[in-house]
Design a protein around this ligand. Structure first.
Ligand SMILES: C[C@@](CO)(OP(=O)(O)O)[C@H](O)COP(=O)(O)OP(=O)(O)OC[C@H]1O[C@@H](n2ccc(N)nc2=O)[C@H](O)[C@@H]1O
Ligand SMILES: Nc1ncnc2c1ncn2[C@@H]1O[C@H](COP(=O)(O)OP(=O)(O)O)[C@@H](O)[C@H]1O
Length: 281
């Protein structure tokens, strides 16, 4: 095998509570992550000369700072692999959309190279390495619905019934750092008892700040909220709503104002590349 085409799913945060702040300024979170069957596609072609290249373009993101290239370099450095790779990304997920697109791309590159370069690295090790690229990366490597603590790196599996979601992408990219540094962000939500989720009331603590700073996010929540409990994912900008089934989702999307960027996706219980990580000894 010298080439693979791999999927990089979106994630949504079913809730996100800010429960504290670390001395380095990073925020301690409690969140429930779930993957959706909608995402980017990445083709990895092995190179024998050790070079790592991105062969597609991504507006505003230079090759060396692209998370797919950084993920490949990380794998090469940590394993001393002699191989290189050409990486082509078919980008479907919006940047700054709160759907974890960049993190998911990075995780799929790590899993893809684990197989393409014949590395056999264990899942927990990959999760530790992935955290250096971004807080959402360990979740995608974990590969199943999860309750997360810390900055998102302490993960435990979460059993959720299958569900269908409508996702609206407002026409704005939200810079995560701007939301976390806002003066009016509340940082003292009581820690949740995971055993009592989903009965306990939850929310996204980042939502109020994002709505204030980005009117497009506020408008999307208002619009989708007319049909049920619409919630923002992560630091925004995307907004999601759970529907009874795909048929209800399609009827809902048909009622949205023309020009709305919206899509429907089923939940994804297991990452399609789950088996591409070994278990740690
Ligand atoms: C909020 C979440 C929830 O899943 O996802 P997104 O909505 O971005 O997808 C993540 O925690 C996003 O984590 P991550 O992807 O690592 O965030 P980055 O873009 O690196 O963070 C940008 C900046 O946000 C702040 N930040 C980020 C995460 C965190 N737990 N506390 C913070 O204070 C830091 O100032 C950091 O420099
Ligand atoms: N492969 C990539 N895909 C998306 N964004 C990337 C990628 N590589 C680097 N980035 C940078 O990461 C930022 C966050 O992107 P993304 O993960 O898509 O959004 P979010 O964290 O809101 O879900 C982007 O604005 C971009 O500057």
């Amino acid at each position: 095998m010298s080439s693979v085409r791999v999927f990089a799913p979106a994630k949504i945060n079913l809730f996100l509570h800010v429960v504290g702040r670390r001395p380095d300024g990073y925020h301690l979170l409690e969140t429930a992550f779930r993957m959706l069957a909608h995402g980017d596609w990445i083709t990895l072609t092995r190179r024998e000369d050790g070079a790592i290249h991105r062969t597609s373009t991504l507006a505003g993101v230079a090759e060396e700072s692209d998370l797919v290239v950084r993920a490949a370099r990380l794998m090469q450095t940590r394993t001393n692999s002699r191989f290189g790779v050409d990486i082509a990304v078919e980008k479907k997920l919006p940047m700054g959309g709160g759907l974890g697109g960049g993190s998911s791309d990075a995780a799929s590159v790590m899993l893809g190279l684990n197989r393409l370069w014949g590395l056999g690295i264990g899942r927990e090790t990959l999760q530790q390495w992935g955290l250096t690229l971004g807080a959402d990366v360990p979740f995608f490597l974990f590969g199943q619905s999860a309750f997360a603590q810390g900055v998102g790196e302490k993960l435990q599996p979460l059993s959720l019934p299958p569900a269908c979601y409508v996702v609206v992408e407002p026409p704005v990219a939200v810079p995560t750092g701007q939301i976390f540094t806002a003066d009016d962000l509340t940082r003292d939500t009581e820690p949740t008892i995971i055993a009592r989720f989903p009965e306990l009331p939850t929310r996204n603590d980042l939502e109020l700040v994002a709505r204030r700073l980005f009117p497009e996010v506020d408008a999307a929540i208002e619009m989708l909220g007319a049909f049920g409990e619409a919630r923002m994912s992560g630091s925004g900008s995307s907004v999601f709503l759970r529907c009874a089934d795909a048929s209800e989702a399609r009827k809902l999307v048909a009622k949205l104002p023309s020009g709305t960027q919206a899509w429907i996706a089923e939940s994804l219980d297991r990452h399609p590349l789950f088996d591409w990580a070994d278990s740690d000894q």
